[in-house]
Ligand binder design. Structure first.
Ligand SMILES: C[S@@+](CC[C@H](N)C(=O)[O-])C[C@H]1O[C@@H](n2cnc3c(N)ncnc32)[C@H](O)[C@@H]1O
Length: 230
């Protein structure tokens, strides 16, 4: 299904003989969906109790000094930005969607693409990226991980949550009030071993892996940046 006026989806791009699943069209199509669902998304998740995210935040925060500089990459409305600030971290949020960034108006957020973050090399003590790489086409994930490695200082920590599974494709936005078939986001699922291989290649050591199941199976990985790859 294609939104009215939308750029090519994976399906119609394939018909056109282009490789949209590897690039910008997929990300842009998903961003158009977030423009439409931002308020509903923010309302749904800002008050939701999320014990596994709280536990991941505790784990991520523990090795970082008070006031450590952290990026919440793909921060959306900023729920986790606030969660991490409550734990004493200095957190800036980055997200591609203006609508998501303004849904709660959390201060200290910047519109940016995670594939080219507006940060100097080794600028960060920590990087938090929850439920975001699931929108990045599989072929683009190694470059995204290389970007995360670039902006983290040696020994810096990352917490990444991905959707575990197989395949990738467009899915309708599902809300408790009923699925909105007109709004589709592109989802990419990763097998645990394959994703571990990508992390190792990008220069990350896995410190801990956790799994939580809601409407998806979430794989959270606590990582340390171990060496230069550039
Ligand atoms: C499922 S939401 C997660 C938001 C937030 N991390 C949370 O857990 O509530 C995915 C977010 O990723 C953002 N996103 C998707 N692709 C992105 C990209 N290339 N660069 C930056 N943000 C992106 C979307 O705009 C959206 O806000």
């Amino acid at each position: 299904m294609t939104e009215p006026g939308a750029e090519p989806t994976a399906e119609n791009a394939a018909e056109a003989g282009t490789a949209a699943t590897a690039g910008a069209d997929v990300v842009a199509g998903t961003q158009r969906a977030y423009t439409r669902i931002a308020r509903r998304y923010a309302q749904r998740w800002s008050s939701a109790s999320n014990p596994w995210i709280e536990a991941a935040a505790d784990r991520f925060t523990a090795p970082l000094p008070a006031g450590a500089l952290v990026a919440d990459v793909g921060c959306g409305p900023g729920n986790d930005t606030l969660r991490l600030r409550e734990r004493g971290l200095r957190v800036h949020g980055f997200d591609l969607s203006h609508a998501m960034l303004t849904a709660r108006d959390v201060p200290g957020q910047v519109r940016a693409d995670l594939r080219a973050l507006p940060l100097a090399d080794a600028a960060l003590d920590g990087l938090w990226c929850v439920a975001v790489l699931l929108h990045i086409p599989r072929k683009a994930v190694p470059a995204a991980l290389a970007e995360f490695h670039r902006v983290l200082r040696p020994g810096g920590h990352a917490l990444i949550t991905i959707a575990e599974g197989d395949g990738e494709g467009w899915e309708p936005y599902a809300h408790p009030s009923g699925a909105d078939e007109a709004v589709e986001r592109y989802f990419v699922y990763h097998a645990r071993e394959a994703f571990a291989g990508l992390l190792a290649a990008a220069g990350f050591e896995i410190l801990w892996t956790g799994c939580a199941t809601t409407h998806r199976t979430w794989l959270s990985l606590h990582l340390r940046r171990i060496r230069g790859v550039h």
